[in-house]
Design a protein around this ligand. Structure first.
Ligand SMILES: NC(=O)c1ccc[n+]([C@@H]2O[C@H](COP(=O)([O-])OP(=O)(O)OC[C@H]3O[C@@H](n4cnc5c(N)ncnc54)[C@H](OP(=O)(O)O)[C@@H]3O)[C@@H](O)[C@H]2O)c1
Length: 252
């Protein structure tokens, strides 16, 4: 349960080796989050972050989680609530860019992006959402992307996966209205993380720490949508409504 000042006390991170996740959980622990469970595909790689969070005063632990292992997601939710008691925030931060996944890719590569970013996210979130409804509170923070606003020809598979995830998250938020559970959809632009290492930065590129600050602010305001940086809301609105003949000509 959030404390009397509205600060988050318990956090489950799905995809804890994500750079954005690490920055966000550090920021939350800096603001009095005291129980953290880091779920990662390779839990050993989350041990150093868990240790760092312990030094900062949190009770932090790690657990195995693979977005594509959907048969294990119900058990993951049960184990997470067993360990944390109640959960104020689940941060859904895993994802794969599949930077070169497109027209020339084999079906398995296409499926891997969609299974991770969309199918795996929906499958992992629902059993957690159900338990949040039972406890009567909680916020599900979902890392969507500006890429989901309008799929671009250079990464339409990733864009489609994020469009699906974004629509799922918004619909879930509506389904949860009046339960005490809310959904915050986060739409970052280009963030300098290991996901984008070696890629040419897009305009308005930002850092994991700036995204983390936007998430913390969104949690305090109980925002339903967080654009980061904020100006992207305007930019993406223009791009979304650009006639297709023009959009196709853009080098995006
Ligand atoms: N960076 C950007 O420009 C940007 C922009 C908009 C949105 N986002 C979104 O923000 C989120 C965090 O991205 P990031 O930039 O922090 O990237 P990141 O540092 O590369 O983190 C992505 C994480 O996803 C995990 N992951 C991938 N497949 C998984 C699976 N099957 N099961 C469990 N975990 C899996 C990876 O775990 P491993 O360590 O095991 O590989 C990795 O830790 C993602 O959803 C991304 O799409 C990023």
């Amino acid at each position: 349960m959030r404390d009397a000042l509205g600060s988050v006390q318990s956090v489950l991170v799905l995809g804890a080796t994500s750079d954005i996740a690490a920055a966000t959980v550090r920021a939350l622990v800096g603001r009095r989050a005291r129980r953290v469970l880091l779920a990662a595909r390779n839990p050993d790689q989350a041990l150093a972050l868990a240790e760092e969070l312990r030094v900062l005063g949190a009770d932090a632990d790690v657990i195995a989680f693979d977005a594509r292992a959907t048969a294990a997601h119900e058990e993951l939710a049960r184990a997470a609530f067993d360990r944390l008691g109640d959960i104020d925030v689940v941060l859904v931060a895993f994802g794969t860019l599949g930077a070169d996944v497109g027209l020339a890719s084999d079906p398995a590569a296409i499926a891997a992006v969609l299974e991770t970013n969309f199918v795996g996210a929906a499958s992992a979130i629902v059993p957690i959402a159900r338990r949040m409804v039972d406890q009567g509170h909680g916020t599900i923070v979902v890392l969507s992307s500006v890429a989901g606003e309008r799929a671009r020809k250079s990464n339409f598979v990733y864009g489609a996966s994020k469009a699906g995830l974004d629509a799922f998250s918004q619909g879930l938020g509506d389904a949860l209205a009046a339960t005490g559970v809310t959904v915050t959809v986060v739409r970052p632009g280009f963030v300098h993380t290991k996901m984008t290492a070696g890629l040419r930065p897009a305009p308005l590129s930002t850092t994991p720490e700036a995204v983390a600050a936007a998430i913390v602010d969104g949690l305090a305001r109980r925002s339903e949508i967080v654009w980061t940086p904020r100006l992207l809301r305007v930019v993406m609105s223009l791009l979304r409504h650009l006639p297709r003949a023009l959009f196709r000509r853009l080098p995006v």
